[in-house]
Design a protein around this ligand. Structure first.
Ligand code: FFO
Ligand code: GTP
Ligand code: MG
Length: 441
């Protein structure tokens, strides 16, 4: 039988540190470590040892820790050699491991092995990387929850529900001479609807988790001269964008990242949308529309004095944008309190009036107060959305008395959920996911 190779890497961060760790995983990990330490290691016992280089000279002293398969992070034999955090020492120890038969680990390979050995599912492994990458405590907590399996468990529970539904449906197909009675049919439909509802809720939660990880991508749009660039400047707190009283000032996209309560918010200022315009402006509008297509939210800026002006040109570009915030800008130019019923937040990019309310709105869009949120990635959201669409198809198939279509949609929805946890997996996905991890993770 083919034996797996043994991998080694410096698991601590690059650079000098108090302590640095060389980690080994695989069938030869123990043997290699015992050669480097020149002594035997007992499982799960911290040994104070001397580490030896390729020539057999002492390079450092430190702690050696052996975990015997399967009770380790990777599920294989794992050894940690904890030395002083000197890059020179750690590199020499890594060389010694390789001279003794280990191979340098690729990025994410320890976690990949943990996944292969069933120690973590894919969403959990991704959460490990997200925890390490977390920019603030909230993102770290969300990643923790996914790492604990909160997200995976909800996905798995839904996947089980779908299997149960499919079994019921298939049974009704196999015994089609004994038509499902009306009660049975109503019960099945209820369960299908309930599953769709659960999936929609999970999708919303995952979307929030995704924003927590990736930040919110908000695009500022509106007719020329409404004050879009002024709003960007006001939110960013700097004169980032050129502002003039000439319509058509902004042509290119201008991006600025701000943080609202620890959440990263990417704001993109765009060219004013209108029917006419020169070639440059038209190109600017094309870019604005492209940007909207991948936005989480649109901030629509209208002139409060004449909100209807240019509204139609903007509205036509908003199709498919998940969240739209309507803003009535230049509130300071309104003679008095505006007529009630005007839709949208009244703000003034000039005086800053109303921006607090806008902040609050952005906070809630970005998943603010999102306690209970878990981290999720775009690929998870896509898989959930796909599964949700398929459940819609299943319901339609069921409604049109075509249970075999419904059963097939259920099977595909189940597979889409399986891609999240890695229980069902297109090959190309794996390498892609783990390649973005740190070395030694
Ligand atoms: N020194 C050290 N710290 C670390 C890690 C590590 O590998 N080494 N981790 C790595 O990323 C994280 C913790 N995750 C870990 C997960 C599982 C096991 C482990 O050995 N599990 C075995 C034994 C459990 C036990 O005896 O309690 C098991 O689950 O069977 C170790 C660390 C963060 N801190
Ligand atoms: N009084 C007042 N003037 C504003 C306000 N916001 C913007 N303006 C003015 O409106 C004019 C247009 O502002 P911009 O921010 O350049 O507008 P824009 O929407 O980016 O315009 P384009 O880039 O041409 O599409 C400038 O003269 C600003 O000073 C506001 O809240 N109050
Ligand atoms: Mg502008």
């Amino acid at each position: 039988m083919h034996e797996r190779d043994t991998i080694a890497a410096i698991a601590s961060a690059a650079g000098r540190g108090g302590i640095g760790i060389v980690r080994l995983s695989g069938p030869r990990a123990r043997h290699i470590a015992e050669r480097i330490c020149k002594r035997g290691l007992r499982p799960r016992q911290a040994h104070h040892v001397r580490f030896h280089d390729r020539e057999g000279a002492v390079v450092d002293d430190g702690i050696a820790l052996l975990f015997v398969a399967p009770a380790s992070y990777t599920g294989e034999d794992v050894v940690e050699l904890q030395a002083h955090g000197s890059p020179v020492v750690l590199h020499e120890m890594l060389e010694a491991c390789c001279a003794l038969g280990a191979r340098r680990a690729r990025a994410g390979e320890f976690s990949e092995r943990a996944w292969e050995n069933g120690r973590l599912d894919l969403a959990q492994a991704e959460a490990v990387a997200d925890l390490i990458a977390a920019a603030d405590l909230r993102a770290a907590r969300a990643a923790r929850r996914s790492l604990e399996g909160e997200f995976s468990q909800r996905v798995d529970a839904l996947a089980h529900t779908l299997i149960a539904l499919r079994v019921q449906l298939e049974a009704s197909i196999d015994f089609s001479d004994e038509e499902l009675d009306a009660d049975g049919e109503a019960a099945l439909r209820r369960r299908l609807d309930a599953a769709r509802g659960q999936l929609a809720a999970l999708l919303a939660a995952a979307e929030q988790g995704r924003r927590l990880r990736d930040g919110l991508h908000a695009v500022i749009v509106g007719p020329p001269n409404a004050g879009k660039s002024s709003l960007l400047n006001a939110l960013a707190g700097s004169d980032r964008a050129i502002v003039t009283d000439m319509p058509g000032t902004t042509r290119d996209l201008l991006q600025e990242t701000i943080r609202v309560d620890g959440i990263e918010l990417t704001l993109v200022d765009t060219a004013g949308l209108r029917e006419q315009g020169d070639a440059i402006e038209r190109e600017g509008m094309r870019r604005a529309r492209n940007e909207l297509a991948r936005a989480d939210a649109a901030l629509v800026v209208l002139d409060a004095r004449d909100p209807e002006a240019g509204r139609a040109a903007v509205e036509s570009a908003l199709a498919g944008v998940p969240e739209v915030v309507w803003l009535l800008n230049k509130r300071d130019l309104l003679p008095s309190a505006p007529a009630a019923g005007s839709e949208g937040l009244l703000v003034s990019a000039r005086t800053g009036e109303g921006l607090e309310a806008l902040h609050a709105r952005l906070r809630s869009l970005a998943g603010g107060g999102g306690e209970g949120a878990f981290s999720a990635r775009a690929r998870h959201v896509e898989a959930l959305r796909h599964a949700h669409g398929l459940l819609g198809e299943a319901a339609a198939g069921f409604a049109s008395a075509r249970p075999e279509l419904a059963a097939d949609s259920l099977r595909r929805a189940h597979d889409a959920l399986g891609e999240i946890t890695g229980r069902v997996l297109p090959d190309a996905l794996l390498g892609h996911i783990f390649a973005t991890f740190c070395i030694g993770k």
